[in-house]
Ligand binder design. Structure first.
Ligand SMILES: NC(=O)c1ccc[n+]([C@@H]2O[C@H](COP(=O)([O-])OP(=O)(O)OC[C@H]3O[C@@H](n4cnc5c(N)ncnc54)[C@H](OP(=O)(O)O)[C@@H]3O)[C@@H](O)[C@H]2O)c1
Length: 336
């Protein structure tokens, strides 16, 4: 199989990352790419890339020439664009938050916007590959997970699904600046970020909590998430340090066995040996998620460190992993 791929919003960080991944994918090629502000130019005018890809306006994109379309737009902008792709009968992988959450009410509570395409939420599958693989294989619309929730959910999934994770979770997370996208914002100016380190959206306020509740909530009665994101002065990478309590009857060996069992054969989960912690260097530039498990000397208390590249496993790499699953390709194609 050789897939033709379209990208809507190719000039942003996730769009450009996708272009690069697709360039080395053995069974997929970029058919077209769009940009509103740079239509008529080519990607080489914007990035130091040898790929001279012309940029089309979204309304001129030949949707029907693609087998699958990635949408790399800000949330809200994606709603109508996804609806057009689906109306053209083409499968869609949306990197925004617009199709990640199960209902318009939950979306509106966290994002503060009316969901104008709620009829599509039923067909959308949350594209966390290690958790929802069988549904992803049948999906026509993927809500690709957010970057922070991918670390928190993959870091805790083995404990949650085994029913041994206690309800109180503290997630202390740090992200590189590319997590905020390429558009100019005061908070991501060099002088604001460099030699600084700042928490933001702390207290029960960051939108990504919704995806942690979506994945872990059904398995953890009374789940309480304390999520503190920080802006780290590096280009890319997320490190989440998770403070959790598990059933104190479990030994250290039991906990490690749960992770080994849940992630046996997973090509992109790197379980670290005892004594090691996850760092950005374990994952930046790859589609891997590294997980380190550290017990505390108090019954049931653990510190779990999780890292990923926010633009790859946290966005475009996971999106390609989803595409591979949807089309029956080798799940790792283009990603190793
Ligand atoms: N950055 C990350 O680490 C990350 C991780 C996971 C998920 N995401 C999500 O992925 C999506 C893209 O993120 P990004 O970091 O790539 O953002 P970005 O760098 O800001 O790029 C956004 C893209 O969308 C286009 N665009 C902006 N406003 C638009 C509008 N109103 N209508 C149509 N096109 C518009 C821009 O294109 P033109 O200006 O060229 O038209 C640009 O190509 C977002 O929803 C983000 O939340 C990002």
């Amino acid at each position: 199989m050789n897939l033709n791929v379209g990208i809507i919003g190719a000039t942003g960080y996730t769009g450009y990352e996708l272009v690069q991944i697709l360039h080395r994918h053995p069974q997929a090629q970029l058919a077209w790419a769009t940009s509103e502000s740079s239509a008529g130019k080519s990607l080489g005018d914007l990035y130091p890339t040898p790929d001279d890809i012309p940029l089309l306006r979204q309304e001129d994109a030949p949707l029907h020439l693609a087998d699958v379309i990635f949408l790399c737009l800000p949330h809200v902008a994606s709603m109508d664009a996804v609806a057009q792709v689906r109306a053209a009968g083409v499968r869609a992988i949306d990197l925004s938050a617009d199709f990640r959450l199960p209902s318009a009410a939950v979306y509106e509570r966290w994002y503060g916007h009316t969901h104008t395409r709620p009829e599509l939420l039923d067909e959308a599958v949350y594209g966390l590959c290690e958790v929802n693989r069988s549904q992803i294989k049948q999906a026509h619309l993927i809500g690709n997970p957010g970057c922070y929730p991918t670390t928190v959910n993959l870091g805790l999934w083995p404990l949650a699904r085994a029913g041994v994770l206690r309800h109180r979770i503290i997630a202390d997370s740090k992200s590189g600046v590319s997590g905020a996208g390429r558009a100019l914002k005061l908070a991501s100016h060099f002088v604001e970020v460099n030699e600084n380190f700042s928490p933001y959206s702390i207290g029960y306020s960051h939108r990504h909590i919704a995806e942690m509740e979506l994945v872990l909530g059904p398995w953890v009665p009374g789940l309480q998430v304390t999520f503190s994101p920080h802006l780290l002065p590096v280009n890319r990478g997320i490190l989440s340090t998770l403070y959790v309590e598990v059933d104190p009857a479990l030994s250290e060996k039991d906990v490690r066995s749960l992770y080994a069992g849940a992630y046996a054969g997973e090509p992109f989960i790197h379980l670290l040996p005892p004594g090691q912690v996850a760092t950005l260097r374990h994952t930046v530039g790859s589609n891997r998620c590294a997980i380190g498990l550290t017990p505390l000397p108090y019954p049931g208390q653990w510190i779990i460190t999780v890292s990923e590249d926010n633009l790859i496993k946290g966005a475009s790499g996971q999106a390609v992993q989803n595409m591979n699953l949807m089309f029956g390709l080798d799940e790792t194609a283009g990603l190793v």
